[in-house]
Design a protein around this ligand. Structure first.
Ligand SMILES: Cc1ncc(COP(=O)(O)O)c(C=O)c1O
Length: 408
């Protein structure tokens, strides 16, 4: 069990008041999470004590900084059970990780009339890069459709996949519907057609145990800022032999082994993909964030979030004018909903007056919003610092929204 009071006390921002002494109730962790003091201190300690560029300076703080950076890589590898730290590439965020694979994989392997499969529930980050690649390469982009409640249509998937399918790029947990996709099944289906598969784990790695060895996915991406770490640090996991086969993404300093005026040789993976000075403090803070999550236990975190999600759905269902989107079972910690005849932006603005932060809009998933046949949704999402009391405050504020709008 998590000690939420203790956890809350680690997050300085949760002590602040907003809008006239209202305690801050943060229900938008799917967008980005708040940061514990341990992570904030890791950044400041790095700059106070060890700041130096990595892989360059032959002096003590240069060695120290490099060691901290490379230890963070080992920590990330262990966290997702990657066989080797050479499988971990540091990027800016999940978006950059997906772009890296889309660009480099396409350059090496995609040709006209090959097929790329994504689903209809992708975040724009896992859609636009593939649209661009399809246009550039002449490959066809195909979509796994959704059935009732926002679940993937696996029957259609089996019809869509073929020897032409070269890569599948699929979200693990939908940031709008909360659907947890059966990725194990889809990974083995992809491999039975010799297709590669990338998993967008932005909404799963922060919340549950992920084992890339067991999953056997080819690539997996996530962002540090959605798991207590700062913005500007992302992760790409790739099977080492596959990463070795791919050409560089960005180029310049640090990704080379030998340079002549006309030509250059590149370093081995992962450094081949890390051109220029990386986000050293971000990786170190990500390592601290992982320590923090592991000290709580990923199983305990998942259990806590399931309890909160079920409680929120139970309470939301008591308000007849509210419609909840997404599956009834097997879902992650986001709950999107609409209030009949009230725009989600209005809901969010009124809740903000009570100090409550929720998301309202299309959540960077416009195709899902269109599929739901609505103009926008309101969304709450939970993390380790949320409690049932937060949900009670949110629900009573929603009842106020109802009074305001339905009285007029
Ligand atoms: C499912 C999913 N994929 C990708 C992203 C993109 O993450 P980032 O903006 O950190 O690159 C998000 C962010 O909300 C997400 O929820």
């Amino acid at each position: 069990m998590l000690n939420i009071e203790k956890i809350k006390s680690d997050f300085p921002i949760l002590k602040r008041k907003v809008n006239g002494e209202k305690p801050l109730i943060y229900l938008d962790s799917a967008a980005t999470t708040q940061k514990p003091l341990q992570v904030i201190d890791a950044i400041s300690n790095y700059y106070k004590n060890s700041n130096a560029n990595v892989h360059r300076g032959v002096y003590s703080i240069g060695h120290e900084s490099t060691e901290m950076y490379e230890n963070a890589r080992k920590k990330v590898a262990k966290f997702i059970n990657a066989k080797s730290e050479n499988s971990i590439v540091f990027t800016r965020n999940a978006t950059e990780s997906i772009n890296l694979i889309a660009k480099t994989y396409a350059k090496k392997f995609l040709k006209a009339n090959d097929e790329i499969l994504v689903s209809q529930m992708e975040h724009h980050s896992n859609l636009i890069p593939w649209q661009i690649i399809a246009e550039e390469s002449g490959a066809k982009l195909k979509f796994i459709p959704l059935i009732e409640n926002g679940i993937l249509d696996l029957t259609q998937l089996e019809k869509l996949i073929s020897q032409k399918t070269k890569i599948i790029s699929l979200v693990h947990v939908s940031n709008t519907l909360g659907t947890i996709n059966p990725i194990e099944k889809i990974i083995s289906l992809a491999h039975s057609f010799n297709a590669k598969i990338l998993i967008d784990a932005s909404q799963s790695v922060p919340h549950m145990e992920i084992d890339v060895e067991k999953l056997d996915c080819d690539f997996l991406v996530f962002s540090g800022h959605k798991m207590l770490a700062p913005t500007g640090i992302g992760v790409l996991y790739g099977k080492e032999n596959l990463l070795e086969e791919l050409p560089p993404f960005l180029s310049g300093g640090e990704m080379i082994s030998e340079v002549h005026l006309e030509t250059a040789n590149y370093r081995q993976t992962p450094w081949k993909f890390e051109a220029g000075t990386p986000n050293v403090s971000g990786t170190i803070a990500l390592s601290t964030a992982i320590d923090y999550l592991l000290s709580l236990g990923m199983g305990n975190i998942h259990k806590h979030e399931i309890e909160l999600t079920q409680y929120a759905i139970y309470e939301l269902n008591k308000i007849p004018e509210i419609k909840i989107f997404g599956p009834t079972e097997n879902r992650g910690n986001v709950v999107s909903f609409n209030f009949e005849n009230i725009h989600p932006h209005d809901i969010s603005t009124i809740l903000d007056n009570d100090g409550i932060c929720i998301r309202a809009g299309h959540n960077c998933t416009q195709p899902i919003i269109r599929w739901l046949n609505v103009s926008a949704v309101a969304r709450v999402s939970f993390y380790i610092y949320n409690t049932k009391e937060d949900i009670d405050i949110f629900i009573s504020s929603l009842k106020k929204v109802k009074k305001i709008f339905y009285a007029t």
